[in-house]
Design a protein around this ligand. Structure first.
Ligand code: ADP
Ligand code: ZN
Ligand code: ZN
Length: 731
C-alpha cells in the first residue's frame, strides 16, 4: 500500500511513502482515510502533509520508498467536499497541490496541532467584572488592560491570551478568581435567529421567496440589487431559513476590516455561532475559528477570500457578497478566484449559492443571460431612499483649484450648509503622483521600476507605489538643479485643499496610508458615522459597501483614469467603481447627488452609465467583448515571468512559446512575449505569454501538457514564472 501525500513544496506532484512501520496492517486499514495528515521524512527535514491518495504501486522502486513517520489524525481534517474542491483547484489552476492544501489550512494545523481538541478558554468572572468597574488596585494598569480586553471579546483561549499577555499576568488574575475557564465553543442548540426589525419590501420578499422556493440543491442565484437596496437583509433571511435545520452557511465578503458593520449585523441577528475569519486574526484565533467551523459549532462563517476553503461539514448555503470585487482573486502564489471556487464548492456540495452585487461582473451577467444563473432584482432602495441624481462636470469648461472644479466646490459648500455629509473620491493616494521640474522636464523616477515616485508630503518621502522603495524628497531637480513642483493630486493633497476651502468642516481620510495602523479604519469610519467628520476623502476603500446615512453628495474627482486604459477589464472596473461610490449618496432620507469630473464628457461609456445605468453599460460592454473575443467569450491563461536580465527573460518566454507549438488538440493561440504594463519592477524585467482559446477544456488539456515542458526549460538564474488561469488583468 502506497500513501500519496500532498506536501507544501513548489513541486507539481504528490509524494509517495510507505505506511509508518509501527502501525499494524489492521490499524492502517482503519485509520487511513483521505484527508488525514501524515508526518513524513523529506530530505533532512520532516514535513506534515495531507493524504490525498492511496495506490497499489508507485513509480518509485519499493526499496527506495521511505515509510511515513506518523499518522496525525483518525478523521479527515477537511469535509469531503472541501477536500474535493482543493484537488479540483490544484488541477484547474495548475498549481502545486501541496501549496493548495497549505493555503487552505491554518498555520497551527499545518504545524500538526489537533483539529479537534477543545482548548481551554477564559472569560471574566463576576468578581472580575466588579474589579474592572471599580478597581481595587489602581497601580495595576496591565491587569485592568487584560480585564478590559477580555471583556471586549467575551472569551479567549489560553493560546490567544498567551499571544497578547505575559503568562504571569493572567495566571495572577486567575488566582484571584477574576478570570475563569469557560467552554470554548458555543452550544449548537443555542443558535437562534432573532426576528428582523424591518418588514421586507415587495422586491425583497419576492427575491427571498424565489430563492427559498428552489429545492435545497445546487443553484446559482444572482441577487442584482442597486446599492442600498437591502441585499444584506435578503442574505440574512435566506441564511436563517437555510440553517434552521442545523446546517452551516458560508458568507464571503471582499474585506472584513472595511466593513465591521456587516459582521455586527450578523451577530445581532444570530444569537451565537457567527465566526469571522480574516487576516487580522492571530494564529490561535484563526485555528479556533477553523475548528469551530470544522466541528459544525460555527453555524455562520463570514470570511474573506481564503475562507472559501473552510471545512464546513454541514454546509447548506454559500453567499458571495459584492461578487464583482477584484479582491476575490488571489494575485500571487496560488492564484485562484474565490468567487469561482465558491460556485464549484456549492455544486460539489449540492447547495445553493447567492452572488450579490449592485454591479455584477460581466461574466456573471452573461451566465444569467444564458440562464445558467437565475437572476433576482432589487431595483429600488427601501423606504424614502431614492437613487441619487448623477451629473458630469466638464473639466475643460470649469476652472479648478487643485483638481476641484468650481461646480464641485459650490455643491460641497451647499451640502455642508444643508447639514449633509460629503464624500470626495480619488483613487490615488499620496500628495502628488509626480515631482516635476518645469525647467527641463525631469520627473523623479523610481530607481528600481519603470515608474514615477509619488510624493508623500506629510511623511516627507518619495514613495514608489509599485515596489515600495522610498527616499527623501530631493530639494532640487536631479538633472538641472532647478526647483521641483508637485504635479497632479493624490488624496493627501485634496485633503489639504479641502481644509483650505472649508476650514470649518472636519475631514476624515480613508486610504491605505491612513488605514495602515491597527484600528485606524474603525476610527475613521466611526468619525463619519457619528457625524463628527463632515467630509470624507478616500480611495477605492470607500467603495466597499459602507452605509453612511447622512452622506448626500459624492464627488468623483477623476473619472478619466480608467477610460483609456489598455486592459480589457478597465472600463468594467471604472463603471463598477463609479456606480459603487455613487451608491454611497442618499442612502436614507436625504436626497443624493453625485458629481463626476471628467475631461471627456462625451465619452459614450460615461454617458451610457449615467443616463441608462450599470446594466445598460454592461450589456454594451459584453457586446464589445463578444466582438473582440475577450472573456467570457474566450478563455485565457497568462504565463508570467520576471528576471533581472531582460534578454534571458525574453529567450525563456520565446522558448516557452516554441514548446507550446502543436501541443494543443484544439484551436488555441499563444501570444507574446509581451512586456508587462510596468515592464521593470523592483529591478526585475517582467513579461508574459498569453494563451487564448474558446473552449475551457482545450485550455486545460493544453496547460497540462505544456507546463511540464516549461518546467523542463533551462531557467536563467533568478528567473521566476507563474501561471494564471482566468487572469483578472492581462497586462
Ligand atoms: P445593500 O446590502 O443592498 O447595500 P443593505 O442591506 O445594507 O443594502 O440595506 C441598506 C439599508 O436599508 C440598511 O440600513 C438596511 O437596514 C435598510 N433596509 C433593508 N431592508 C429594508 C426594509 N425592508 N425596510 C426598511 N429598511 C430596510
Ligand atoms: Zn530640471
Ligand atoms: Zn519602484
Amino acid at each position: 500500500m502506497i500513501l500519496q501525500v500532498a506536501l507544501d513544496t513548489p513541486l507539481r506532484r504528490v509524494f509517495d511513502y510507505r505506511p509508518p512501520v509501527r502501525f499494524s496492517g489492521q490499524e492502517i486499514g482503519e485509520s487511513l482515510r483521505l484527508g488525514i495528515r501524515v508526518r513524513v521524512p523529506f530530505g533532512r527535514r520532516q514535513l506534515i502533509g495531507v493524504l490525498v491518495g492511496i495506490a497499489a504501486q508507485s513509480a518509485v522502486p519499493l526499496l527506495k520508498l521511505k515509510p511515513a513517520l506518523d499518522i496525525l489524525d483518525t478523521r479527515p481534517i477537511l469535509d469531503p467536499h472541501t477536500f474535493d474542491l482543493l484537488r479540483w483547484a490544484a488541477e484547474y489552476y495548475h498549481h502545486p497541490i501541496g501549496e493548495v492544501f497549505a493555503a487552505a489550512l491554518p498555520a497551527g494545523l499545518r504545524a500538526g496541532q489537533s483539529a479537534y481538541t477543545r482548548t481551554e478558554s477564559w472569560g471574566l468572572s463576576e468578581a472580575g467584572r466588579r474589579e474592572l468597574a471599580a478597581p481595587s488596585d489602581r497601580r495595576a494598569p496591565q491587569q485592568r488592560a487584560l480585564l478590559a480586553w477580555l471583556e471586549g471579546r467575551g472569551r479567549a483561549t489560553t493560546e490567544t491570551l498567551g499571544e497578547n499577555f505575559k503568562p504571569a499576568l493572567w495566571r495572577a488574575l486567575a488566582k484571584r478568581g477574576w478570570i475563569l475557564p469557560t467552554d470554548v465553543l458555543p452550544d449548537v442548540a443555542a443558535m437562534e435567529s432573532r426576528p428582523s426589525d424591518v418588514a421586507l419590501t415587495e422586491h425583497q420578499a419576492g427575491c427571498v421567496a424565489a430563492i427559498l422556493a428552489s429545492p435545497a440543491s445546487f443553484a446559482v442565484h444572482l441577487v442584482y440589487g442597486v446599492t442600498g437596496s437591502g441585499k444584506t437583509e435578503v442574505y440574512l433571511r435566506v441564511i436563517a431559513a437555510a440553517i434552521a435545520g442545523g446546517g452551516q452557511a458560508l458568507v464571503l465578503v471582499p474585506e472584513i476590516a472595511l466593513t465591521p458593520q456587516l459582521v455586527d449585523r450578523f451577530r445581532r441577528r444570530f444569537s451565537s455561532g457567527v465566526v469571522a475569519v480574516h487576516s487580522g486574526l492571530t494564529g490561535a484565533e484563526r485555528r479556533d475559528a477553523w475548528r469551530a467551523a470544522h466541528t459544525g459549532h460555527a453555524r455562520i462563517v463570514i470570511g474573506t477570500r481564503s475562507a472559501v476553503f473552510t471545512s464546513m461539514p454541514r454546509l447548506a448555503l454559500i453567499v458571495v457578497d459584492e461578487e464583482h470585487d477584484a479582491s476575490y482573486k488571489q494575485q500571487e502564489g496560488f492564484r485562484y478566484s474565490a468567487r469561482d471556487l465558491a460556485v464549484i464548492r456549492a455544486r460539489g456540495a449540492g447547495v445553493p449559492i447567492l452572488l450579490g452585487s449592485a454591479t455584477p461582473s460581466l461574466e456573471t451577467l452573461e451566465n444569467a443571460a444564458t440562464a445558467r444563473y437565475s437572476m433576482h432584482r432589487l431595483p429600488q432602495r427601501p423606504g424614502a431612499a431614492r437613487a441619487p441624481r448623477i451629473a458630469l462636470v466638464d473639466l475643460r469648461k470649469h476652472a479648478a483649484d487643485q483638481g476641484l472644479s468650481t461646480p464641485a466646490m459650490a455643491a460641497i459648500g451647499q451640502h455642508l450648509h444643508d447639514g449633509g455629509q460629503v464624500i470626495v473620491f480619488l483613487n490615488r493616494r499620496g500628495y502628488a503622483p509626480s515631482l516635476f521640474c518645469s525647467a527641463c522636464g525631469w520627473v523623479a523616477p523610481c530607481a528600481h521600476c519603470d515608474a514615477r515616485m509619488t510624493l508623500h508630503r506629510r511623511a516627507q518621502q518619495l514613495r514608489c507605489h509599485h515596489c515600495g522603495a522610498h527616499g527623501a524628497v530631493p530639494a532640487v531637480c536631479g538633472s538641472c538643479g532647478q526647483p521641483l513642483h508637485p504635479v497632479g493630486q493624490g488624496t493627501e493633497r485634496v485633503e489639504e485643499t479641502l481644509e483650505r476651502l472649508f476650514p470649518k468642516a472636519p475631514l476624515a481620510r480613508l486610504d491605505r496610508d491612513t488605514a495602515s495602523a491597527r484600528g485606524a479604519v474603525e476610527t475613521v469610519l466611526g468619525r463619519v458615522h457619528s457625524g463628527e467628520a463632515r467630509i470624507l476623502i478616500g480611495t477605492q476603500m470607500l467603495t466597499k459597501g459602507h452605509h453612511f446615512p447622512d452622506v448626500s453628495l459624492v464627488v468623483i474627482l477623476d473619472a478619466d483614469q480608467g477610460l483609456f486604459a489598455s486592459d480589457f477589464r478597465a472600463t468594467e472596473r471604472l463603471a463598477q467603481t463609479i456606480t459603487q461610490v455613487a451608491g454611497r449618496a442618499g442612502r436614507e432620507a436625504r436626497a443624493g447627488e453625485v458629481l463626476i469630473q471628467t475631461e471627456f464628457p462625451e465619452h459614450p461609456l460615461l454617458n451610457r452609465l449615467i443616463s441608462e445605468g450599470y446594466e445598460s453599460f454592461a450589456l454594451s460592454a459584453l457586446e464589445e467583448r463578444r466582438e473582440a473575443g475577450w472573456p467570457p467569450f474566450s478563455r485565457l491563461a497568462l504565463l508570467r515571468a520576471e528576471a533581472k536580465d531582460s534578454a534571458a527573460l525574453d529567450a525563456f518566454l520565446r522558448a516557452g512559446a516554441a514548446a507550446g507549438q502543436n501541443l494543443s488538440d484544439g484551436a488555441l493561440k499563444i501570444l507574446g512575449p509581451a512586456p508587462a504594463l510596468i515592464a521593470r519592477r523592483a529591478d526585475h524585467f517582467r513579461a508574459h505569454l498569453r494563451i487564448e482559446t474558446v473552449v475551457r477544456s482545450t485550455l486545460q488539456r493544453f496547460l497540462a501538457r505544456w507546463l511540464p515542458k516549461i518546467e523542463a526549460l533551462p531557467h536563467p538564474t533568478g528567473l521566476r514564472w507563474s501561471i494564471d488561469v482566468d487572469p483578472l488583468e492581462v497586462d
